[in-house]
Design a binder for this molecule. Structure first.
Ligand code: HEM
Length: 411
């Protein structure tokens, strides 16, 4: 009775579901795959076969299991994006693709800068940035593209200030970063963007060494000279800086825009956020769960043969864990396809799970908890300026969201 035909093993694997019926729901095919109760055989664009996990418990188990590696060189990619080459020096410092103990060293050096407590110190500045952008929207008057006026600049300014990256350079690095996140992009363009953004960050790290400031990149450069023998080299720091800059750019901006789109399409939920701003924390968790913008999941490679999700994964096979499907698992969340900000969604895995769980999650939460209620309170009549079918969706990008969100309000 399922709408897709799959074999859980054997000769005809499925490809990763891509087609969305509703802009806020993961592709419908995931539901049918999850109902089968075990991993599905997955075909990768490189011609290899691996596995797709869609159940909440299975996905968490995978992400917590150190028999699976995050090394993207060894993995097949579920979509054509971000090609990595074995001998590429630009992999240095990109700890999202490393395993313990190498990965542990990076997290140890960085996590102190991204704790909930440290992030709270940024709150006044985040509130200021949000207010400035709302003021500018109000001055310009309706209509506006919420992506350009609000969702993109806020996280961009925050991560630039935190790292010490000149915001004035944003046009260049946002374009390179977007190229890296576009799926099915021309390989030559991707490599050109990677070279350009790497050179940009390498030069910035060198500049911080010559003329330090108070921001994070400088502090990490200079920590290296002082105390910690395990501290980063400049090349490692280039990779770290890039990962933070890119992750800080391509994620929260999409949550702010897509989350606003979802709230505008669920007016009773928007009203709750507007009238009860103390609910913003719950609203953010529920929007993270409901929208799970890391749409192609988290990818791991088996280092040895492993039994998981009812199948035997062979050493070297790639497993894709769909956190979007997991966050809609009815075995874990009641009425999972309803957006309900009054539910307890805190167990969602939109930030991943296990050792790679998002380093920037407290920062992202703080930007969203500040951003949604401030926007909805400033513009109580905010609504879409186009029919909802006309909002361009980011189904062509590694991270889901909207390319533009035309909105209007009573001026
Ligand atoms: C890792 C989601 C915002 C930095 C991750 C992972 C997910 C994720 C799912 C795990 C990847 C894996 O297991 O392979 C999100 C979402 C965000 C967000 C949904 C916004 C709503 C941010 C921000 C930053 C950031 C603002 C930068 C400060 C990172 C880093 C990692 C990571 C550095 C790698 C951690 C590691 O490998 O140890 N994120 N992220 N993220 N995120 Fe985020």
């Amino acid at each position: 009775s399922t709408s897709v035909s799959v074999t859980s093993s054997g000769p005809s694997p499925v490809s990763l579901p891509r087609h969305r019926g509703c802009p806020f729901d993961p592709p419908g095919a995931y539901g049918a795959l999850r109902e089968r109760g075990k991993a599905a055989r997955l075909a990768f664009p490189d011609g290899k076969a691996g596995w797709l996990l869609t159940g909440y418990e299975d996905v968490r188990e995978l992400l917590a299991d150190d028999r699976f590696s995050s090394d993207r060189i060894r993995a097949s990619s579920p979509v054509r994006a971000f090609p990595v080459r074995e001998d590429d020096p630009r992999r240095l410092g990109s700890f999202i693709g490393m395993d313990p103990p190498e990965h542990t060293r990076y997290r140890r050096l960085l996590s102190r800068w991204f704790t909930a407590r440290r992030t709270r110190e940024l709150l006044p500045r985040i509130e200021g940035i949000v207010a400035e952008h709302l003021d500018a929207m109000e001055r310009a008057g309706p209509p506006a593209d919420l992506v350009r006026a609000f969702a993109q600049p806020i996280p961009s300014l925050v991560i630039c200030e935190l790292l010490g990256v000149p915001y004035a350079d944003r046009a260049a690095f946002q374009a390179w970063s977007a190229t890296l996140f576009r799926i099915d992009e021309d390989e030559e363009k991707i490599f050109a963007a990677r070279d350009a953004i790497w050179d940009y960050m390498r030069d910035l790290v060198a500049a911080k060494r010559r003329r330090p400031d108070e921001a994070l990149l400088s502090r990490l450069v200079h920590a290296a000279d002082e105390t910690d023998p395990a501290a980063f080299s400049d090349a490692e720091l280039t990779g770290v800086g890039l990962l933070l800059l890119i992750a800080g750019h391509e994620t929260t901006a999409n949550m702010l825009a897509l989350g606003t789109f979802a709230l505008l399409c669920h007016p009773e939920q928007a009203r709750l956020v507007r009238e009860r701003p103390e609910r913003a924390g719950d609203a953010v968790e529920e929007l993270l769960r409901y929208l799970t913008i890391v749409q192609f999941g988290t990818v791991r490679v088996a280092r040895e043969d492993v039994e998981i999700a009812g199948v035997r994964v062979r050493a070297g096979e790639t497993v894709v864990a769909s956190i979007a499907a997991a966050n809609r698992d009815p075995a874990r969340f009641k009425a999972p396809d309803d957006l309900d900000i009054t539910r307890d969604a805190t167990e969602h895995i939109a930030f991943g799970h296990g050792v790679h769980q998002c380093l920037g999650q407290h920062l992202a939460r703080m930007e969203m908890r500040t951003g949604y209620p401030a926007l909805l309170r400033r513009f109580p009549t905010l609504r879409l300026a186009v029919p909802r079918e006309e909002v361009p969706l980011r189904d062509d990008m590694l991270v889901y969201g909207v390319h533009r969100l035309p909105v209007t309000w009573e001026g």
